[in-house]
Design a protein around this ligand. Structure first.
Ligand SMILES: Cc1cc2nc3c(=O)[nH]c(=O)nc-3n(C[C@H](O)[C@H](O)[C@H](O)COP(=O)(O)OP(=O)(O)OC[C@H]3O[C@@H](n4cnc5c(N)ncnc54)[C@H](O)[C@@H]3O)c2cc1C
Length: 538
């Protein structure tokens, strides 16, 4: 039986942040995630490292938390952050009176807002609508959710942290009103086992209500679905927010070579109700045109959705009416000692949430070591010597990209693979510059069980071709190296392509339809994928 002092439930930003914090303070901890890391909302979001501007008027405390954490994450997580800055732009449709209130509210919580002329804003961002009325610069940034989650895990592992993916918590065990362990089920094999522990922290986001219910406790988390669109262009170099009270479709975030537009807001019954629909896509395009008039002419890559974990002590509060703040719930007050839930909040504030909950747990465990997560970088910078070596092996600018994805240690391992076998330098994913060596390294990690797990670690398949070309290459490479997790290659193909298809289906018109026909030609016409799999998936 596995044993740990603390078990953290949930492999999103909050859970990995807590694991890292606990391990850095010397607490023996293990993290349990039902799917892959960052499977939940931590990868189904805009990727905006908020300056706090969006919250300043309605929720000053959230605005203050954002600007403080924004400053910290730019430093400790700099390999995951693109320092784009942001604009808040008021369109011809937005209330002029709100502008003054917003400037004042930002100043109160310490968010710098610098007004610039519309001409200057359009010189810097030529695609912005000519109908914009006023623009302010703010310290927003873009943040890569997958990478941030992985780098927290890399850091936690250095301090002894353990991670079990594809493991679902199905029961909470207690004796004399004190937690003594939990029952978990392997999501892939169905095998059930026990983990003994003194403390459980639920960081299960939108699923936090379901976890609490396992112990007979009520936690009101209302999952609220937001749909987003990824475009195949950098429509702007900066984050563009609409200057109006927070509403649908008012944020554009550039990431690498793409842009994400979001989001909608709709209460849903289940946390994993994350399949977007065409109606939501059209709604977002209609609203987004106020900031970018030519929006409909830009090529879409896919649509995706996540559920916000909106917590409310009032079970009737819903959607944008519910608080975006976070709470730490000590269930000792509900009669069960050794069980804490942390709910609500934002990706931007994950580290702070982790610090607060770890303080609480350490207090119970009588651990006096203070939090250091704001002081220590997530991963080390690659040294100039290592970068010089990397440039000998990586194609073009791929060395810098790989260094920021992998950190110093990971980069060294990938270079070793390339040194041993130079053919591993080959690019399997041109869109995201991912080499065969990096795909193999990600596939060999103990938390990888399918090609989508490799995608989340490397970004392979997330660019322009959406897997059309990199799927057959990566499946071939993984299989040829004996890393295919005992699965038939047709099963690997199907799992990966189905995942991509979910996001393409709601935007299936125009050029996307043409591209899909090409993908279909490759996989059905040439490789006969559907014909090769029978009804039982064999
Ligand atoms: C559309 C949208 C856009 C957003 N945009 C932004 C933004 O731009 N910036 C920002 O700062 N915030 C944004 N947010 C909010 C932010 O994404 C979330 O607050 C944050 O990612 C939540 O992280 P988490 O770790 O708490 O939850 P999650 O990432 O959802 O992690 C919870 C994990 O628990 C796991 N789990 C659940 N049940 C079990 C079980 N029984 N056993 C084991 N594991 C389990 C799940 O699989 C999941 O991986 C956005 C949210 C949405 C929905």
């Amino acid at each position: 039986m596995q044993k740990a002092t603390v078990v953290v439930i949930g492999g999103g930003a909050t859970g990995v942040g807590i694991l890292r914090d606990l391990c850095m303070r010397g607490v023996d901890a293990i993290l349990i995630e039902q799917q892959d890391l960052a499977y939940g909302t931590s990868s189904r979001y805009h990727g905006l490292l908020h300056s706090g501007g969006r919250y300043a008027v309605k929720d000053a405390e959230a605005g203050k938390e954002c600007i403080e954490e924004n400053t910290i994450l730019r430093k400790i997580g700099r390999h995951c952050v693109e320092q784009t800055e942001g604009f808040f732009a008021r369109t011809h449709l937005d209330d002029e009176d709100f502008e003054g209130k917003w400037v004042e509210a930002c100043a109160k919580v310490g968010i710098p807002t610098i007004p610039i002329s519309v001409e200057e804003a359009r010189r810097l961002e030529p695609n912005l609508s000519a109908k914009i009325k006023s623009v302010y610069r703010v310290p927003d940034a873009a943040i890569d959710g997958f990478r941030m989650v992985w780098q927290n895990v890399a850091s936690a592992r250095k301090y002894g942290g353990r991670v079990m993916t594809y493991t679902t918590v199905v029961g909470i065990e207690h004796s004399n009103n004190q937690v003594v362990g939990m029952k978990v089920k392997n999501t892939l094999t169905g095998e059930v086992s026990n983990i003994a522990c003194d403390f459980i922290v639920s960081a299960a986001g939108s699923w936090a209500g379901e976890i609490a219910a396992l112990a007979g406790i009520t936690v009101n988390v209302q999952p609220d679905r937001g749909t987003l669109i990824a475009f195949n262009h950098r429509i702007a170099s900066r984050i563009i927010n609409r200057l109006r009270p927070a509403s649908d479709g008012d944020i554009f975030v550039p990431h690498g070579s793409i842009t994400i537009l979001g989001t909608t807001s709709a209460s849903v019954d289940k946390p994993d109700d994350t399949i977007p629909n065409a109606k939501e896509v059209v709604e977002l395009l209609n609203i987004g045109e106020a900031l970018f008039e030519d929006l409909r002419s830009y090529r879409m890559l896919r649509a995706f959705a996540g559920t916000r974990p909106l917590y409310s002590a009032d079970p009737n509060a819903k959607g944008r009416g519910a608080s975006r703040g976070f709470v730490t719930l000590d269930h000792a007050h509900d009669g069960l000692k050794g069980f804490v839930s942390v709910v609500g909040g934002k990706f931007t504030t994950y580290r702070l949430m982790a610090e607060k909950v770890t303080d609480l747990v350490c207090n119970y465990l009588n651990v006096k070591t203070p939090c250091r997560t704001a002081l220590e970088d997530l991963v080390d910078d690659a040294s100039p010597a290592l970068m010089a070596k990397a440039r000998l092996y990586f194609p073009a600018y791929g060395a810098e990209l790989a260094a920021s994805r992998l950190g110093s240690e990971g980069l060294e391992k990938v270079i070793d693979r390339m040194q041993a076998k130079p053919e591993k330098r080959q690019l399997l994913c041109e869109c995201e510059n991912v080499t065969m060596a990096e795909v193999e390294e990600a596939a060999a990690d103990s938390t990888s069980f399918m090609i989508s797990d490799v995608r989340r670690k490397t970004r392979m398949g997330m660019g322009t071709c959406q897997g059309a070309f990199c799927t057959f290459r990566s499946v071939g490479a993984v299989d040829a190296n004996g890393l295919s997790w005992g699965k038939d290659t047709n099963v690997l193909f199907k799992e990966f392509l189905q995942g991509r298809w979910k996001g393409i289906r709601p935007i299936l018109w125009g050029n996307v339809m043409r591209e899909m026909e090409l993908t279909r030609g490759i996989y059905e016409g040439t490789l006969n994928i559907n014909g090769a799999i029978d009804d039982e998936g064999k």
